[in-house]
Design a protein. Structure first.
Lengths: 231, 343
């Protein structure tokens, strides 16, 4: 199988949620910014960056959570020479690559139109890309690991959405201790202790790597992927 | 001569030829043996008497049913309670239930029927319970466990000592977690691609709507009990602002019902993956409208009001769920996991 064919196949297997989620998330942010009744360009800029930091990570997290547990050909995959966790890792890479394309294009438009600079905590056009990259990888890693453990897209999606929603409402409480500050997903647009932003972003990246490693360990026990139905 | 033996045995040979065969048989033992075989076959193929009167057969079956309360011989699966595919045979075989009321002769056996009526009334209930047990076994253990874990996460966030949470945190946590947990579970109830019994379900004579209702009752019922238990725990623990259980329940009941109903409707039409994505998207809009982006604007107020517990919201939820159940009997979900090959 040619590499391009293989990647196209993996993109199809990643599903519609992975394809449609990120563009719809950006569209939601644009609509919210357009409908924003509050005065001031700063508020509108915050909403637009919020689409990158809040909506896109949620879409990617749910999509990555649905990669395990919905493959109709899992038994055939498990008989193939390629390990199934490598296959799932490819699908996660496809999902995240598509998410990154949408996020970078959106960020480029915001930078070109000046909306990026209108938010005081933007952290520049280069390092500022961690605005969406860190929470996207953090929630995607959580979703991927939850999907591997639960083998249920619904359970993984519910967990990712609940964590995301709790952080939305309890942001102030999260700022009151170090762990909460470092693991806070929305440090760019919802505020962070000055000087904590870079540490927060790096911590989220490290946590994402830990979740992916956990998922790979769990997926190494391939009999778990098909075992329960036989009980 | 051998070619004439079948017709001779069947009695359809002309008289002249019959005489020739008869004369031959007297001197040929081999043909006599072959004729005996043909006569045996003819004896089996020919009915011994006139065909039975259908009316008498039906009357006899009804009489037997009224006397012993059995479903009769028309549906052998009925006496086993469940058909091979796991569904109740009462739904599959019309002879098992409703067909008894028609014939006039049945009235004379009313006394016996009355004695058996209680048993017949209990039979659908037994079949339904058997169906619930069968469907409960198909739900993977990890689904309720994951739902419980997510709810426990929310409860622990409120109960564990840590950073000071804002007032009304208990209500907020339940309102955030319960709806999305239930909606995600409901999204997977309709023809999930990993349903181990998907092909059996597609082939069973039991109504797909009945199966969907049973699954829905199991999944949604479990999540409902889970949220009620979480509310009770938070109230009993003396969490600030959580003394009123009714207020706690009101925080999540309406949103949970509406989001689950919408999730079901989308799952029936577009499949479980789209339903999960849509439920997450709708809930994200609700969360953002209520706390982050444009809190004081009328669109945000409208969205927050729409995701609350009130009689109209519960009615809309029930109507949406009913529409989903009705639609579930019509074809297969667009682009979903089809039980048959696409035409």
């Amino acid at each position: 199988m040619r590499p391009l064919t293989l990647w196209r196949y993996e993109a199809r297997r990643a599903g519609w949620a992975a394809l449609l989620g990120p563009p719809l998330a950006v569209a939601l942010g644009v609509v919210a910014a357009w409908a924003n009744p509050l005065p001031g360009e700063t508020t509108t800029a915050r909403i637009l960056l919020g689409a990158l930091e809040m909506a896109i990570p949620l879409a990617a997290g749910v999509a990555c959570g649905s990669l395990t547990g919905r493959d109709p050909a899992v038994e055939i995959q498990l008989t193939a020479a390629t390990s199934y966790r490598a296959t799932l890792l490819r699908r996660m890479a496809v999902t995240l690559a598509w998410t990154a394309v949408i996020a970078v294009l959106t960020a480029a438009v915001l930078i070109a139109t000046g909306w990026w600079a209108r938010w005081p905590e933007n952290h520049g056009p280069v390092a500022g890309q961690l605005t969406w990259l860190a929470p996207t990888l953090g929630l995607s890693g959580l979703g991927f690991a939850a999907g591997a453990v639960f083998r249920s897209p619904a359970a993984a999606g519910a967990l990712v959405t609940t964590v995301w929603a709790l952080q939305q409402f309890f942001g102030d409480a999260a700022q009151q201790n170090v762990a909460g500050r470092l693991l806070y997903l929305f440090a760019t647009t919802r505020g962070a202790v000055p000087g904590d932003w870079a540490a927060n972003r790096l911590t989220l990246l490290a946590v994402a790597a830990g979740f992916v490693a956990l998922a790979l360990v769990v997926l190494g026990h391939s009999e778990r992927l098909i075992g329960e139905e036989d009980e | 001569m051998k070619d004439w033996l079948p017709a001779y045995a069947a009695g359809s040979l002309p008289e002249a030829d019959r005489e020739r065969v008869r004369a031959h048989l007297t001197g040929c033992a081999r043909c006599r043996a072959e004729l005996a075989a043909w006569e045996a076959i003819a004896g089996v193929a020919t009915p011994p008497g006139p065909p039975p009167d259908p009316a008498r057969t039906v009357r006899a079956a009804l009489t037997r049913s009224a006397l012993d309360g059995s479903a009769g011989p028309a549906d052998p699966t009925a006496s086993r309670g469940l058909s091979a595919s796991g569904g109740p045979a009462a739904s599959a075989g019309p002879a098992a239930s409703a067909g008894f009321a028609g014939p006039a002769g049945f009235a004379s056996y009313a006394g016996f029927a009355g004695a058996a009526a209680g048993d017949r009334r209990a039979r659908p209930l037994r079949h339904l319970l058997a169906l619930v047990r069968a469907e409960a076994r198909l739900i993977r253990l990890v689904v309720p466990v994951a739902s419980a874990l997510v709810m426990a996460l929310g409860v622990a966030l409120v109960l564990l000592p840590g950073p000071g949470l804002p007032g009304g945190a208990a209500e907020l946590v339940l309102a955030l977690a319960a709806p999305v947990v239930a909606a995600a579970g409901v999204a997977g109830t309709y023809r999930s691609g990993t349903d181990p019994a998907a092909e059996l379900v597609a082939a069973t004579p039991v109504s797909g709507r009945l199966l969907l209702l049973v699954r829905l009752a199991l999944i949604f019922g479990f999540d409902l009990l889970l949220a009620l238990a979480a509310s009770a725990v938070l109230a009993l623990a003396g969490t600030p602002g959580a003394a009123n259980v009714n207020a706690l329940v009101a925080a999540w009941l309406g949103p949970m019902a509406l989001l689950s109903a919408l999730s079901l409707l989308i799952a029936v039409r577009f499949g479980p993956d789209v339903a999960l994505g849509a439920a997450v998207g709708l809930w994200a809009v609700r969360v953002l409208a209520g706390g982050t982006l444009v809190r004081d604007a009328w669109p945000a107020r409208f969205i927050v009001e729409a995701w609350s517990t009130s009689a109209p919201i519960l009615l809309v939820s029930a109507a949406t769920a009913a529409a989903a159940v009705i639609l579930s009997g019509r074809g297969e979900p667009h682009g979903g996991w089809r039980a048959t090959h696409p035409m």
